[in-house]
Write a protein that binds this ligand. Structure first.
Ligand code: 1HN
Length: 376
């Protein structure tokens, strides 16, 4: 049987183990002058035995954030701010403004009658609607109306803008972007639309009309862009699909009933760099612990429960957001004995998969459950 990475880890054999001597220290200084370095001085750091995330597990509770986010309406306008957003700042990732790993997230608020102008960037983005009425997003001339728990794409390179109809209610949604990743790759471009606002060129919600019927593909309408033509995934059919799935199959031991939002043309992830899923934890579900590569940001679409992440218990309820850093042990529990819980999640899974970096492991000890070190 092959050894697990954990079993190899104890050995120092074959690892860099060079002690400093005055000659070596002088040599290192010479190397520095030449803008080079000796690999053995950094090898153990740059080649970790296994992923060691700088991100820490965090839960952002909506009851703590909501009022603060709403207060920004009194302080700045969307015109001045560009986007009126309070972003999630993981204490281990403040230098790159990431919520977890290479993913950015924030809460954006708009009042009825407000508009945020059109722009485009190399980052791919998504929105998950948290509350309000009358919100819309326009993506490359396609206008979409948005309600709570709807999920919308604004892929890499598309012109996009948002607003709330004058007869709506204040709206708050979660933005998710791959900005830290695109910046790390030094590949980011950004442009403001020359007219500040784009024209709506199609019937409202036309992409949903064309591409949103499960199992049906429109004749004579092509799509060859590297992201899903179905820009909006509505809550009701998503929840219905999850309920049917959970009636048709046993739970997955780690995730209950989990479905990926997909590109209806390819069957693959919705965008090249960001994937998303919704999972249903049936009443009383107690998941087992596993870990995998990739960074994951969850929003509680429905219900109440907790997750244990690297031994830390994080309690959550509807609208709370929490993160699972790469290679962190995690297990989810639905605390209700009567109601299901639903977790929306977005991640860099498409990147991990495409680059051949996805790896997954179940916790073998203790019947698959972590000891809980701290509660939060
Ligand atoms: C962006 O385009 C939006 O379109 C929100 O609403 C947040 C954060 C950084 C860069 C672009 C939006 C953003 C963003």
């Amino acid at each position: 049987m092959t050894k697990t990475y954990d079993q190899y880890r104890e050995s120092t054999l074959g690892r860099a183990d060079v002690e400093d001597t005055p000659e070596l220290l002088a040599y290192y200084r010479q190397l520095e002058d030449l803008k080079v370095g000796a690999l053995w001085t950094v090898a153990n750091k740059i080649e970790p035995w296994q992923p060691k995330s700088d991100s820490v597990p965090v839960v952002w509770r909506y009851k703590d954030l909501r009022e603060t986010v709403l207060r920004s309406v009194e302080l700045v306008t969307p015109e001045k701010a560009g986007r009126r957003v309070i972003y999630l700042n993981n204490p281990g990732r403040t230098e790159v403004s990431a919520a977890v790993g290479w993913l950015y997230s924030g809460l954006q608020v708009m009042h009825p009658g407000e508009l945020a102008s059109a722009h485009a960037h190399s980052s791919s983005a998504l929105r998950f609607i948290m509350e309000g009425r009358g919100a819309y997003t326009i993506v490359d001339g396609h206008k979409m109306t948005l309600g709570a728990n709807d999920f919308v794409l604004t892929p890499n390179g598309t012109w996009h803008e948002h607003g709330v109809e004058s007869d709506g209610l204040p709206c708050i949604w979660q933005d998710g972007l791959d900005i830290p990743l695109v910046n790390a790759l030094e590949a980011g471009f950004y442009a403001v639309h020359p007219d500040l606002q784009q024209a709506v060129g199609f019937p409202v919600d036309d992409q949903v009309s064309l591409w949103g019927a499960a199992g049906l593909r429109p004749q004579n309408i092509g799509w060859n862009k590297p992201y899903s033509p179905l820009f909006k995934y509505q809550w009701e059919p998503t929840y219905e699909a999850l309920r049917r799935y959970s009636e048709a199959r046993e739970d997955n031991p780690f995730d209950g009933a989990l479905m990926h939002y997909t590109n209806p043309v390819s069957g693959g992830h919705v965008m090249a760099t960001i994937g998303a899923s919704m999972q249903l934890l049936r009443p009383g579900f107690v998941g087992k612990a596993h870990r995998h590569t990739g960074s994951f940001l969850y929003q509680v679409a429905k219900g109440k429960g907790y997750s244990i992440i690297n031994g830390q218990r994080l309690d959550w309820q509807e609208r709370d957001i929490f993160c699972v850093p790469s290679w962190a042990w995690h297990e989810h529990v639905n605390e209700s004995g009567t109601d299901d819980a639903c977790l929306f999640c977005f991640s860099d899974l498409p990147v991990m998969e495409k680059l051949g970096l996805y790896r997954e492991e179940a916790l073998a000890d203790n019947d698959g459950h972590q000891p809980v070190a701290t509660s939060n």
